[in-house]
Write a protein that binds this ligand. Structure first.
Ligand SMILES: C[S@@+](CC[C@H](N)C(=O)[O-])C[C@H]1O[C@@H](n2cnc3c(N)ncnc32)[C@H](O)[C@@H]1O
Length: 267
């Protein structure tokens, strides 16, 4: 999650929980009301509809069910980026190796990935790995300081999440392996695995660089690495780590208007 969040409030867990629940419910009700209002306006004057209002993906019942259930379990997350993640995963057609999420937080990204991976041919042969300290971000370094005035800097411990909550969120998927610990030490338990799809979402330079060092040699040709943070002003270090990696390997990045970016392993 790259956008600024209520991380200061997160130091008061009860208050954070209350705000998250109330905020999430209000946001979803608000979005539904806005969508209904827009439908009325479009009906009155179809020429006034903006292209955003005519998008079909936010109306896809199947995805809405997945995201609503994920939000109910761990109430966190913007749905457009998860839509991109599931589409890229499904674009592989079938699974030929494991999937992974590096930076799990409350588990919504892994929940969405597992719901869709479960529908893919050969999925029963593979694992999904979640890597996280569950103590929040590591110490941001010099590359992580935002260079735009008004953009808040991350601090160590932001986005800590209880491991039990994540276990409960992902309880339907027995093929999930959670590796709790700091990156790169927590990668050790998966050093003999190969990967077809990896979601990298750790916001900072060091763990993004370590993730690329670890996953790229273990990625199948044609496998995908999706970065959540590349296009966010809050995450200059994550972008830098990706750019250095591209410079060293010649892999080609596709940048998306959601702030995400991905590459497909070329060889
Ligand atoms: C933005 S959140 C991940 C959100 C999640 N991918 C989702 O879609 O819900 C970033 C996560 O990265 C983890 N993290 C950041 N730096 C880390 C490090 N050096 N080692 C382990 N975990 C780290 C944090 O604990 C946090 O849970």
């Amino acid at each position: 999650m790259a956008s600024g969040s209520l991380v200061r409030v997160a130091r008061f867990p009860a208050l954070a929980r209350l705000l998250r629940t109330a905020g999430g419910t209000a946001l979803r009700a608000g979005r539904r009301a806005v969508r209904a209002g827009r439908r009325v306006l479009r009906w009155l004057d179809p020429a006034q509809a903006s292209s955003d209002e005519l998008l079909s993906w936010p109306l896809e019942a199947d995805f809405l069910e997945v995201i609503e259930e994920g939000l109910r379990r761990c109430d966190h997350g913007p749905s457009d980026r998860y839509y991109v993640a599931k589409e890229l995963l499904l674009s592989l057609g079938r699974l030929d190796a494991d999937t992974a999420e590096c930076g799990v937080y409350r588990g919504l990204g892994s929940y969405v990935l597992c719901r869709y991976a479960a529908r893919m041919p050969r999925c029963e042969r593979f694992q999904h790995h979640g890597f996280d300290s569950f103590e929040g971000l590591s110490d941001p370094g010099t590359h992580d300081a935002p260079d735009r005035p008004g953009v808040r800097a991350w601090t160590k411990g932001d986005m800590a999440a209880p491991l039990d909550l994540v276990r409960a969120t992902l309880a339907d998927f027995p093929w999930v392996v959670l590796h709790a610990g700091w990156i790169p030490a927590c990668f050790e338990g998966a050093s003999d695995r190969r990967f077809a799809f990896v979601h990298v979402d750790v916001d900072l330079y060091e763990p993004t660089r370590e993730a690329l060092d670890f996953f790229h040699p273990r990625l199948l040709p044609g496998g995908i690495v999706l970065f959540d943070d590349y296009g966010f002003l809050t995450c200059p270090g994550a972008r830098r780590a990706v750019d250095e990696f591209l410079g060293a390997t010649g892999e080609r990045l596709v940048r998306l208007p959601t702030g995400q970016a991905y590459f497909t392993r070329s060889r």
